[in-house]
Design a protein around this ligand. Sequence first.
Ligand code: GLU
Length: 425
Amino acid sequence: MEFHKSEAHLDGPLFKNALQTVEEAAKLINCDPNVLERLKKPRRCVTVSIPVRMDDYSVKVFTGYRVQYNATLGPYKGGIRYHQNVDLPEVVGLAALMTFKNSVLGLPLGGAKGGVCVDPNTISRTEKQNLTRRYASEISAFVGPTKDIPAPDVGTDPQTMAWFMDTYSQEQGGYAQPGVVTGKPVEIGGSLGRNHATGLGVVYTAEKSFEKMGMKMAGSTIAIQGFGNVGSFAALFAHQRGAKIIAISDVSGAIFNGDGLNIPEIIEFIKTNKVLKGYTKAQPLTNEELLTLKCDALFPCALEGQIDVHNAENVKAKIIVEGANGPVSVNATKILHKRGVFIAPDVIANGGGVIVSYFEWVQDIMSLFWDEEEVNNRLKTIIHRAFDVGFKFHQEKNVDMRSAAMAVSVQRLEKAMLLRGLYPR
Ligand code: GLU
């Protein structure tokens, strides 16, 4: 798809990649062309300037975004990313992915994403709070418990959500509005099990993938890219299930141990050291080496665009479980699929986060909270159901799992859009 100059925000690699899968999925289900036309563009893109008082008393102006992609199935939902590479084209791509993720998971939610172009590691806690509060204020007209519900993503965490929730609540007359964001600390309306939900969902999806490939997770070898909220919990849960995590990585580099890394020890190490660099009971590895390591499964749990046509041929894992959003390109998916590599796509594999966000939002509305076991069990039911529906399509139509998941997703959106019709008409 070609875009003209004023549509540069639709020209990012992540979004174009998402559109390619949507168009291919639309063909598979013979999608209504009018529905497809609408699905290819975001509904609303908000760009804001965020003036922030820095610790030295100067004012720095950051740029933030909130993209509301589609609200057919329910209120907009999606995380907020703080990263130095955030720009509008990336947020559009991530918002589109949230739309298709929420649909394939069967959640009554639309898709959105937000972000601020900032390296969160270079600002102080006070500066991060100031930034979050002003960003929340700048987009407050567009969010709310029935409108658009943000959540954490790369570079944001429960504390960030607490500041967001407080700012929004203060601006609503001071009345607590826990339902405006999810991923909050449990003390202010967060859900038990939300913090580890994405990592747990990755492992629930991996278990299914192993089973379908006639393999077992216990005793398998796994390489994990990224050791943030997603990668570290995925590593821990896989380790607890008897898998050997032979390599992990973060911004400081990758580490390898063929006998399996001691994940609980590394999680403790990170608490004081912040990064993996300096951990001695392993050999150093490059990021590229990690991605192409000989192992049973690879979990890319960092950022988008990690495996493309340039390195897809070199990947040796038999299973890829996408903990990140968009880590494997569509064309790389085709190469890997041909080679018999099973890819559990992002829209299902990393859906644990938004699934438990949905539970948190429901619990906030009811003011009635579930225990952790209930949250984990309900998460498992939803993610396994989405996997099974996708897997059935994958087998029946003989297409890769990403195409299958997207086809199921587009079909649900198509039905809902046709039922609602066009306004005014
Ligand atoms: N940021 C997460 C994602 O990409 C979670 C979104 C949410 O909980 O709303 O799915």
